[in-house]
Design a protein around this ligand. Structure first.
Ligand code: G4P
Length: 273
């Protein structure tokens, strides 16, 4: 649907954010912010706090905002409900969705109208009728922005093309008569300075795996059924054996992480409201 830019590629492949990347992300965000009424913020339902950009509220100041808890299919259903209640109690507009299957997506249109009630009323007062809400999708790398745009826009959508006053190259996808979506999402940095968030992001696969130092679990944990022993068991059963018959803990933990990330271990939420 949209061209993959060089920056997307870099972000996807490394998730390393440098001051230069952050400056560029802020610049693009601010550039797009003047064009839109609504930020559709994607978070990961398994870690709804850690997966949000720390500055999204200030970057999106003055705009309506919807929080979508994406990958809800991979998170615990009960916690999806608790997190939805949590965001609602803070006055946020929130929905749990599965961008991959499209589950929950239909409900977004109604929520957009609610979230932009004031803007719509303001337009009406000024005699502007039926001006579509303009929205931008934003979130950290890998949270599902592209998948969501494709799923939300679907096949029937038509690009509205460049319009005067819109920075060259910006494309709007007309979703229906009351909503237009910028086809390029805002890619924002994760909370990498918070060690707990960093660990959570690493678990879901949003950061370099090197951050999860599985070796740690090998030392100082003596009791039976410890993470270390469990990993040794996985190493044994999967044939991850190093020279000298030592279990390959790194490989075993890689298998465990893959199983968690793909949902093969069941639906697991890592953060509690
Ligand atoms: P981004 O633009 O925010 O960087 O994320 P993108 O859409 O590329 O999605 C990142 C990965 O997350 C993709 O998996 C995508 O399929 C998956 N994904 C997105 N939304 C959901 C969801 O609601 N549920 C689940 N289970 N997965 C989701 P991938 O492995 O990189 O690609 P693919 O093999 O699935 O195509």
């Amino acid at each position: 649907m949209r061209e993959v830019t060089e920056m997307d590629e870099k972000d996807k492949n490394s998730y390393h954010w440098y001051p230069g990347h952050m400056t560029k992300a802020v610049r693009m965000m601010k550039e797009n912010m003047v064009l839109i009424d609504l930020v559709i913020e994607l978070a990961d339902a398994r870690i709804p706090i850690s997966s949000r950009n720390p500055d999204i509220e200030s970057l999106g100041a003055g705009k309506s905002r919807i929080v979508l808890l994406n990958k809800a299919d991979l998170a615990d259903a009960e916690y999806n409900r608790l997190w939805t209640d949590y965001f609602k109690s803070r006055g946020d507009y929130v929905l749990e969705i599965n961008a991959k299957s499209g589950a929950g997506i239909k409900a977004i249109n109604g929520l957009v109208q609610e979230a932009c009630r004031e803007k719509i009323a303001r337009d009406k007062k000024r005699g502007i009728l039926n001006r579509p809400v303009r929205a931008m999708v934003a979130g950290i790398p890998n949270v599902g922005k592209s998948t969501f745009i494709n799923s939300f826009a679907g096949r029937a959508c038509a690009k509205t093309g460049n319009k005067p006053g819109v920075t060259k190259g910006k494309q709007w996808i007309r979703l229906n008569k009351s909503l237009e979506l910028l086809d390029t999402p805002g890619i924002l940095w994760p909370k990498f300075e918070d060690p707990v968030a960093g660990r959570n992001l690493a678990f879901i696969g949003s950061m370099n795996d090197e951050i999860i130092v599985t070796e740690k679990a090998r030392y100082g944990v003596k009791w039976r059924g410890s993470p270390a022993e469990t990993l040794e068991g996985i190493a044994d059963s999967r044939g991850c054996i190093l020279k000298g018959q030592k279990p390959d803990i790194k490989k075993a933990s890689g298998i465990l992480l893959d199983d968690f990330r793909s949902g093969r271990l069941g639906r697991i939420t890592l953060e509690r409201p």
